[in-house]
Design a protein around this ligand. Structure first.
Ligand SMILES: CC(C)(COP(=O)(O)OP(=O)(O)OC[C@H]1O[C@@H](n2cnc3c(N)ncnc32)[C@H](O)[C@@H]1OP(=O)(O)O)[C@@H](O)C(=O)NCCC(=O)NCCS
Length: 203
């Protein structure tokens, strides 16, 4: 695998760093929007802060992979993870797929570019995970689920079989989506929800 740069220096970036440290991978360093921020070297295992995100451009796209370390929770900055992905994709960069060694993936699961499968996740047969998604800690996605791009299934989510989830949707921690349900694009499902009917953000 090519060396990677982690974009971002917050909580999600540190969780990804821990995962990367458990797989064979060279990490060149990380970027941060705010260089003044006090980022302790302990938190990043003494990896170098390369600079702001723009510093990525000093590495030719074909020589590295990027890891999107930005989280995605409702509130300010919600769309930043998606924007960063598009920004670097348009310049020819590739985002690595990250799969924690403790995750369980059926043989014919499809992961599109930049998918991040965190510790303890289980993904069953026939499921497709779209670009730049986060399938977070201990989330279970059952069979034949179609997940669009830029979706975040927060920790402890349960998605039953044959569910469809549109691009850009956030599913809050501990939610359950029952089988066959269609969730629209750009929806916000609050933590602890049980979704039993078609769900969209439209009025
Ligand atoms: C949906 C969400 C974004 C709403 O946030 P918000 O707009 O800031 O909402 P507020 O915190 O102002 O709460 C508004 C009201 O809804 C209630 N509420 C908020 N979230 C709720 C939830 N998940 N379940 C039940 N009630 C909830 C609040 O208690 C409050 O009620 P009140 O006015 O009677 O006190 C937030 O609750 C949520 O679920 N965030 C996701 C958390 C998560 O999964 N994080 C994972 C990080 S990896």
């Amino acid at each position: 695998m090519k060396p990677v740069i982690i974009i971002g220096a917050g909580g999600h970036a540190r969780v990804l760093l821990d995962t990367l440290s458990q797989v064979s991978c060279t990490i060149l360093g990380f970027t941060s929007l705010c260089l003044q921020r006090n980022i302790t070297s302990d938190a990043f295992f003494e990896l170098p802060l390369l600079g702001t995100d723009e510093q990525v451009f000093s590495y030719p796209p074909e020589t590295i992979y990027l890891v999107n370390g930005l989280g995605m929770v409702p509130g300010s900055g919600f769309l930043r993870r998606r924007d960063i992905y598009h920004k670097f994709k348009h310049k020819g960069y590739t985002f690595a797929n990250i799969v924690h060694p403790s995750a369980v993936l059926a043989a014919n699961v499809t992961l599109l570019e930049g998918a991040q499968i965190m510790a303890g996740a289980v993904i069953q047969t026939g499921t497709v995970i779209g670009e730049n998604c986060i399938i977070n800690t201990r989330t279970a996605v059952d069979h034949d689920v179609m997940i669009g791009s830029h979706v975040h299934l927060a920790p402890g989510t349960t998605v039953c079989g044959n569910v469809t989830i549109g691009d850009g949707t956030f599913v809050g921690a501990g939610s359950t989506i029952v089988q066959g349900i269609e969730i629209g694009a750009n929806c916000i499902i609050r933590a602890g929800s049980v979704i039993k009917h078609k769900f969209t953000n439209s009025p």
